[in-house]
Design a protein around this ligand. Structure first.
Ligand code: MG
Length: 357
């Protein structure tokens, strides 16, 4: 049963392009299904989550990450009495605007955009343009009610995204042999605690299995805390309707203060020891070089853009058009473009070979 503060499909703003109702799927279910059948969704499979040079069948890619976010979001939404169809649709769509090369790609695209007075953030990219324009200047953004909080179904996604990638990146970092159990335990108290508990429970099993158990209970802990704490915050705020949620002075979906601190600690550890570690510095440099040089190329030669993007540049600033184009690319496709427009050769899944002379 839906809670009073959940989004009801019958109260949605309706379709941008009117269509007859479907005999057995509601509008949010159709949105969810459309995302799954979209070309941009299939591209997530070939977008890196963390690693660009190393490859393993077991690492997450953006698609498997998205499936994890959808699973966690559905569980939490159901417990909170929220609209699970909407939460699932939002989870499936949340990384559609993510550029190639994972975290490095996002940074690289932001760096390229800042040279032209813009910026890039994949979350904002999903709500395209909201970073550069205000609803006052652009009445078409009115429908996003930017001055209000999002519904709980949407507030959840930022947090379930974090739950999914903070735990998954520990796993993939360990699997890639870039992180050790000792290193993680030294840097993350939360992990140390859960690993010790798992080790006590299964003293004679392989380290990897104890590690998996620790990760499972960390994930479960984040999910449980988010459910309990959000329920309490909704109650304390006296939110009885979607309108109450939207007008409340702050977001109601949140971890408790102590878990929030642990989440931040884990995230900081990952930035320091994985994403920006010396071991991945080369991948970051590749991402910045490829993104930066291609960006500069299209700024100089906009005629080399595909026709639909050339047409868009009549209505939007060229850097934004190029940014949108790059953000939609997969890792293999951006490598291909780099080879096409520069004199460098990419060795698949590996390093850039020095430029030909
Ligand atoms: Mg994500």
């Amino acid at each position: 049963m839906l809670a009073d503060y959940a989004v009801r499909v019958e109260n949605s703003r309706g379709r941008r392009h009117p269509e007859p109702p479907h005999p057995y799927r509601n509008d949010f279910q159709r949105d969810r299904d459309r995302v799954v059948h979209a070309r941009a969704f299939r591209r997530l499979e070939a977008k890196t989550q963390v690693f660009t040079r190393r490859y393993s069948d077991h690492f997450r890619n953006r698609l498997t990450h998205t499936i994890e976010v959808a699973q966690i979001s559905r569980t939490i939404a159901a417990q909170l009495g929220l609209n699970t169809d909407l939460a699932e649709a939002l989870a499936l769509v949340h990384d559609l605007g993510h550029p190639p090369f994972g975290h490095s790609g996002e940074k690289a695209l932001d760096t390229a955009m800042r040279q032209h007075g813009f910026s890039f953030d994949h979350n904002l990219h999903a709500l395209k343009h909201s970073h550069d324009y205000t609803a006052g200047q652009h009445p078409e953004l009115d429908e996003y009610v930017l001055d209000q909080r999002p519904p709980l179904e949407a507030q959840l996604i930022d947090l379930t995204d974090e739950i999914a990638y903070n735990t998954a990146d520990l796993d993939d970092g360990y699997e890639a042999r870039l992180l050790t159990v000792e290193q993680i335990a030294d840097g993350v108290d939360l992990f140390k605690r859960h690993f010790r508990l798992a080790k006590n429970k299964y003293p004679h099993v392989a380290e990897k299995l104890v590690f998996n158990e620790a990760l499972k209970s960390i994930l479960d802990g984040f999910v449980g805390d988010l459910i309990t704490n959000t329920t309490q915050r909704v109650k304390a705020a006296g939110a009885h309707s979607l309108d109450d949620v939207r007008r409340h002075k702050e977001r109601l979906a949140a971890f408790s203060p102590s878990v929030e601190e642990e989440r931040r600690g884990l995230k900081d550890f990952l930035y320091e020891n994985l994403y920006y570690s010396p071991a991945l510095a080369g991948e970051k440099e590749d991402a910045e070089r490829i993104t930066g040089e291609l960006f500069a190329h299209w700024m100089e030669e906009p005629d080399d853009l595909p026709r639909n993007y050339r047409e868009k540049s009549a209505q939007e600033p060229l850097p934004r058009v190029i940014c949108d184009y790059i953000a939609g690319m997969t890792d293999p496709f951006i490598y291909q473009q780099y080879e096409k427009y520069t004199i460098c050769v990419i060795i698949p899944r590996n390093f850039i070979r020095p430029c030909r002379v």
